[in-house]
Design a binder for this molecule. Sequence first.
Ligand code: HEM
Length: 295
Amino acid sequence: MIAAGFTARRVQRLRPRIESIVSAALDEMERAGPPADLVQCFALPIPSMVICELLGVPYADRAEFQQRSVIRFDGTRDMRTRMAAEAASLKYMAGLVARKRADPDEALLGTLVREHGEEVDDGELVGIGDLLLLGGHETTANMLALGSLFLLENPEHAEAARDGEHIDEMVEELLRYLSVVQSGVPRVAREDVTLAGQHIRRGERLLCSLPSANHDDALTPEAERFDATRTTGHLAFGHGIHYCIGAPLARLEMRLAYPALLRRFPGLGLAVASDEVAFRPSSVFYGLRELPVTW
Ligand code: HEM
């Protein structure tokens, strides 16, 4: 039901709208002039606006939901703070779902209410909306920020991304190489199983490290090397029945955003030394706190 709205074909229809969202973010950045924080000007607003429009979430609420998402997955915070942020996210979504029930719009949550309102209860709608809002902005924002940093530090790859001809392959390699999602949701073994020589007993919990898998030579030769001509797949979007439903959307956003950024600001460079770039110290998501740039 939900996945049908995110197939590659459905997502292609959003292309003109995503192009204009990217363009508007770059216009704003240009108007404000250098220096700029690429996280706030580019990486966060683009996926946030796209997912807000898709779901029917007011974009005016972005500062709150973006901040709650960061806190929920920040491993440096105590558990109580993180759980409070999660509870606040769910409460926010419950309010939104109640408004959609009362007055369903044309966006995804409103459409779900209109077409399947009898089959799904409010708790399910809240869970769906929360997961899509979180997955829809947080992961792609980290990819846009880290991918931009990588391109700024590797001008030969930036040149190729600006040219745009092989941008699809470049985006796949950035996804593999950067692996922003550090692990999937923990799994529980339903029966005894041996995986890669490791015996796992029924009931044991299992956490898969996606960066480790993506940087393993068993996946692709010389996995530590960035090579945009690779054709091997990767695990950045997970694998199996829980494979990311937002993958086509995230891919399209990145394929449009990186070249547009590099074309608009041909002289773009870091405004601080490389070792001063602030990474998130510990999170489920690999990412940047800010990315100061100038042009
Ligand atoms: C670069 C961007 C993204 C990355 C790297 C990414 C990564 C992932 C990964 C690794 C999983 C699997 C988790 C697991 O197996 O436990 C996943 C699941 C999921 N993602 Fe994404 N994601 C991205 C963008 C998005 C977007 C844009 C959306 C929303 C439109 C989204 C929505 C979801 C949802 C709903 C699931 C759960 C699927 C299920 O359990 O069946 N993701 N994502």
